[in-house]
Design a protein. Structure first.
Length: 264
């Protein structure tokens, strides 16, 4: 398994993705309760309308919804899920910047898996609104702690657990994923893949690029500290702190270099 922050995985795809503790560090908190204001309803839409207007689930325009007084044969319409927002009081009719930002990150995370998304979150209060929304749409299966502890999983869920444990991933699969990570400059994740595929040479190659990348970042930071010390440090205390930081960075750079030399 690989750990990648949701902000860093745009453009990547995986068969299975675990979204871990997304809500624990949420800055939106109470704003997530606005999800409770969403109303999910079944609406009738003419099949001819669906074909000509590309009508999608969850976003049916009012003009396309068949009225209660309009009589249609069963074969003339389809029932779609539609989501609308309840009227909000003035007190909450504002720009919820934190919620908007976190929704964008959540969208990135939930659209990464090709097959399955596994959500685990310890903050039961903040996640509640989103979980209930997904359950109402029939999008999720909820597993409780008891099922996981007594090993009563079966069918697709059991197969998923084995996949997450790495039992169903071939060496070729790990190698292919490692190449993808390497091309996108996720060198640490590439190393993990190559270790699992048994490709020692590729692993060493990825580690070299990782060390070079870290070294470049450290050199840039050293130059930045030197510049700030020259331009802005006004007393001995500030200069002493800057020199301590430079020495720490230089030592880290030396460790990276020695590690690279040993591998060579």
């Amino acid at each position: 398994q690989m750990c990648i922050r949701d902000r860093c995985c745009t453009g990547l795809e995986f068969d299975d993705v675990i979204l871990y503790n997304f809500f624990v560090d949420s800055e939106a908190e109470d704003e997530w309760k606005l999800i409770d204001k969403l109303v999910i309803e079944d609406v009738k839409v003419k099949k001819s309308t669906i074909a000509s207007n590309a009508v999608e689930q969850l976003s049916v325009k009012e003009e396309f919804i068949v009225g209660a007084s309009e009589e249609l044969k069963e074969e003339e319409y389809e029932v779609l899920k539609n989501v609308r927002m309840k009227a909000l009081p003035r007190s909450v009719q504002k720009t919820n910047a934190s919620l908007v930002s976190e929704l964008k990150h959540l969208y990135t995370a939930v659209t990464r898996p090709r097959k399955r998304l596994i959500v685990f979150d310890e903050d039961m209060e903040i996640r509640k609104a989103v979980l209930e929304y997904w359950c109402a749409l029939g999008y999720v299966t909820v597993l409780n702690e008891k099922e996981l502890e007594n090993g009563s999983l079966s069918g697709p869920v059991k197969q998923l657990a084995e996949t997450l444990a790495g039992r169903n991933t071939s060496k070729a699969g790990w190698r292919a994923q490692g190449m993808k990570m390497f091309r996108r400059k996720y060198y640490e994740q590439a190393m993990k893949c190559f270790e699992n595929s048994g490709d020692e040479e590729f692993c060493t190659h990825a580690e070299g690029y990782l060390n070079a990348s870290r070294g470049s970042e450290i050199i840039a930071e050293i130059n930045s500290v030197k510049y700030e010390m020259k331009e802005y440090a006004t007393n001995k205390g500030e200069k002493r702190e800057a020199n301590i930081r430079i020495n720490e960075l230089t030592e880290t750079l030396s460790l990276i270099h020695n590690c690279r030399c040993r591998r060579i």
